[in-house]
Design a protein around this ligand. Structure first.
Ligand code: CA
Length: 230
């Protein structure tokens, strides 16, 4: 459950500082928490490191452009809604953006109220998808809000940790090999992934199981991991 004290968190990736500070200020007045990145690489990193409810992404960015950021996010299984911004109604940008997995599109210059209306619509659409809340033991994962609780305690996960837990909680009691985890959560080749998977499972464990009497994520030696009560 999202309490009043936890506003929805948005990420704004926009290199024009006047525009990004205008958007940030306006959205904060609307009650959102706002992170800002001024280039694509930083924006991508922030989107991977922390779960956001929505990303406002400028297409024309220095270094890594907006479409590449979007592509990387979707490849990394980050499904956060993305609202793309561009300078002109360039049909090619629009098509490429939607193909790359953007959820909506806004042409600059825009009225702030239109931006807010689009953001509200996207957030509502996502919440209304009414994805069932997943539970295992006292662990709760709410896909519509992308929140995780163990008992009454909210657990903040990075996008990758969230993806990993999502896979575990959809397969309770089933031994998940590193190959399976690599396939489902990373989409990458297994051989290069072994160590990374162990590292991320350990991050997740630290957040879910440390200081808990009943551990939920268990190692199956030489095979992989299993979510179970013991
Ligand atoms: Ca720009």
């Amino acid at each position: 459950m999202r309490s009043v004290k936890e506003p929805m968190r948005l990420l704004v990736v926009e290199d024009e500082k006047k525009v990004s500070s205008f958007i940030k200020k306006g959205l904060e007045e609307e009650g959102y928490a706002v992170d800002v990145a001024f280039d694509g690489k930083t924006g991508l990193q922030m989107a991977m490191d922390r779960v956001h409810d929505l990303i406002v992404l400028d297409i024309h960015l220095p270094g890594l452009d907006g479409l590449s950021v979007l592509h990387e996010l979707r490849m990394g299984k980050v499904s956060t809604p993305v609202l793309l911004l561009t300078v002109r109604a360039n049909i090619e940008d629009k098509v490429l953006g939607l193909d790359a997995g953007a959820d909506d599109y806004l042409t600059k210059p825009f009225a702030f109220q239109e931006l807010v209306a689009r953001i509200r619509a996207l957030l509502r659409r996502q919440t209304e998808a009414k994805l069932p809340v997943l539970r295992f033991a006292d662990l709760t994962l709410d896909p519509a809000r992308r929140t995780v609780f163990r008992g009454a305690r909210k657990i903040d996960l990075t996008a990758k940790e969230y993806g990993l837990l999502d896979y575990f909680i959809r397969n309770p009691g089933r031994v998940l090999t590193r190959t399976m985890i690599a396939d489902h959560v990373w989409d990458y080749n297994f051989d290069s992934m072994t160590n990374i998977i162990d590292v991320y499972v350990n991050y997740l464990r630290r957040k879910i199981d440390s200081d808990r009497e009943h551990k939920l994520i268990h190692t199956v030696r030489g095979v992989g991991y299993v979510l179970k009560q013991e």
